[in-house]
Ligand binder design. Structure first.
Ligand code: NAP
Length: 239
């Protein structure tokens, strides 16, 4: 099987920002796209799902199979950041951030995987974070979870490669989305977006479409020899 024969993609977090641009791009590429998100989606076949809740994820994957057939592509873009001094970080907040950013990936991959194994073809793309390259003060929970996603990506690539499934991560850096704008408004960026642009080698903020284009390539047949990679899309920051 190839993407051309089984073009069903699930994009988590596809109602906003990066996930939304990915859902739009994969739709334009000719895939059937389902979006799993807490918020309602304007893109594709939208399902209201908390990715941290396995029963909700399994139910949504079944609904996608019923609508479009087996899942061949999974993009894990749902995420939640957080800014708290580590000494003040409650275990509840730690756990919620880990639940969404890491355990959500576990649930979605395990839930979609049987279709890819059966087809002997699949593409899994995990959206992690460029903060994993450098660390980030006040984001210990988020960076820990996203770093684990990078490790999970590498391990799954080794395990699933022989089954025809590639697994890669894209750690975005500084992409203009509602998440970034909220962080700027709440003065969590250590300066304005303009200040950061001046420190970014390519001198612009990233666009969700930059991540979507990389994702589109990783889904393509041409990217079949690329797996286990952490492919930074960050304008030269944090490389
Ligand atoms: P965004 O605009 O806030 O979009 C994230 C989407 O994920 C939202 O629709 C959000 O819904 C959804 N979501 C959150 N928790 C969820 C859950 N438990 N179950 C299902 N959906 C959930 O953020 P973004 O900037 O596009 O971020 C996309 C991904 O890129 C995230 O994983 C983020 O960590 C990562 N990232 C972004 C940047 C950046 O510069 N923007 C940098 C590094 C990494 P609600 O709005 O209802 O919560």
């Amino acid at each position: 099987m190839s993407a051309a024969q089984a073009p069903t993609a699930v994009v988590t977090g596809g109602a906003s920002g990066i996930g939304r641009a990915i859902a739009q791009r994969l739709t334009a590429d000719g895939l059937n796209v389902a979006v799993l998100d807490l918020s309602p989606s304007e893109e594709g076949f939208g399902l209201t799902v908390d990715v941290a809740e396995r029963a909700q994820v399994d139910k949504a994957m079944d609904a996608v199979r019923e609508r479009f057939g087996p899942v061949g592509v999974l993009v894990n873009a749902a995420g939640k950041d957080g800014f708290t001094r580590f000494a003040d970080l409650s275990f509840t907040d730690w756990q919620r951030v880990v639940d969404i950013n890491l355990n959500g990936v576990f649930h979605c991959v395990q839930s979609a995987l049987p279709d890819m194994v059966h087809a002997r073809w699949g593409r899994i793309i995990n959206i992690s974070s460029s903060s994993t390259h450098s660390g980030q003060p006040f984001m210990a929970h988020y960076v820990a979870a996203k770093s684990a996603v990078n490790g999970l990506t590498k391990s799954l690539a080794l395990e699933l490669g022989p089954k025809g499934i590639t697994v890669n991560a894209i750690p975005p850096g500084f992409i203009d989305t509602p998440m970034l704008r909220t962080a700027e408004r709440e003065q969590q960026l250590g300066g304005t977006i303009e200040d950061h642009i001046a420190r970014t080698p390519v001198r612009r903020v990233g666009r969700p479409e930059d991540i979507a284009a990389t994702c589109s390539f990783l889904v393509s047949e041409e990217a079949g020899y690329i797996t286990g990679q952490i492919i930074g899309v960050n304008g030269g920051r944090n490389t």
